[in-house]
Design a protein around this ligand. Structure first.
Ligand SMILES: [Zn+2]
Length: 279
């Protein structure tokens, strides 16, 4: 009798141990958003209690946007070979960020550090419900990396979020002013989709082409007037370099955001300080 109890006991121990030792590669593919009574097939979560009951996987959009922006992510430091469930995009991008700036060795200006601080602050407020954030400065300073981190953090948290590139914005601006009814309709549909997002990353706003700026920033400005979500934006334009249209759009971006009665002042972070402005 004792022997049997003992062998059952050791069998249980063995099974438990075996479970703990599941290879990390397999473990990594388990959707981290599955509840105890669910299984995830990558698109839907099925209840193991109620047969046939299902809900969309909260990471469905996260995965789709990751696939869509794989190239941009690779450039920002999140390689295509990574498993986005095992290594959440925002964690990797922000961790890499703090490593590369450890001790402030590479920079003598506070921009990146402040942006990192803001990223965590916004996440703690709940992405989609914080102030607008504008990051400006030269190319290659990491503005997009922080922007993408916030976008994917929002998606990870199950929020609706998307990136709008300059090309997307120009396309919509052209559509709106087009005489082609179909193009106009497509532009309006895109704007409707943007309106439903809790957070939008407007990445790399502006060009050196004043006329293109004029059109696209007019579209951005009127969109902002009717949008209740949160904006994260990056640009390498500064002041008058983007023309009057940019200044007007920037004023709108920097306007105070009202949400549930609270007034949130927008924040601008400069990524290049005085030492880099020497000509
Ligand atoms: Zn899932």
């Amino acid at each position: 009798m004792g022997d049997l109890a003992q062998s059952v006991g050791s069998l249980v121990a063995l099974v438990t141990q075996g479970d703990l030792r599941a290879p990390p590669s397999r473990r990594a593919y388990v959707c981290p958003k599955t509840r105890q009574d669910e299984t995830c097939d990558g698109r839907l979560h099925y209840s193991v209690i109620d047969d046939g009951d299902s809900r969309p996987c909260p990471l469905d959009r996260y995965r789709a946007v990751r696939a869509e922006l794989a190239d941009a992510l690779e450039l920002a430091g999140y390689s295509k070979g990574r498993n986005p469930l095992a290594d959440p995009v925002h964690q990797v991008l922000l961790a890499k960020w703090s490593e590369s700036n450890q001790g402030g060795l590479k920079t003598d200006y506070p921009g990146p550090g402040e942006a990192l601080h803001r990223a965590h602050e916004l996440a703690s407020m709940g992405l989609g419900s914080g102030y607008h954030l504008l990051m400006h400065g030269n190319k290659g300073t990491g503005k997009t990396r922080i922007g993408l981190a916030l976008l994917f953090w929002a998606l990870w948290d199950g929020k609706r979020a998307c990136r709008v590139s300059w090309a997307d914005l120009v396309k919509v601006a052209n559509g709106q002013s087009s005489f082609d009814g179909e193009a106009q309709k497509a532009a309006e549909m895109t704007i409707d989709r943007w309106r439903k997002q809790a957070l939008i990353l407007f990445d790399d706003l502006g060009t050196r082409d004043e006329r293109e700026n004029e059109r696209a920033f007019a579209t951005l400005g009127s969109f902002l007037d009717n949008y209740s979500g949160q904006i994260v934006a990056t640009t390498n334009l500064r002041g008058a370099t983007g023309g009057d249209a940019f200044i007007r759009a920037q004023d709108r971006l920097m306007a105070t955001r009202e949400i549930k009665g609270a007034r949130l002042k927008a924040v601008a972070v400069a990524f290049d300080g005085p030492s880099q402005r020497r000509v």
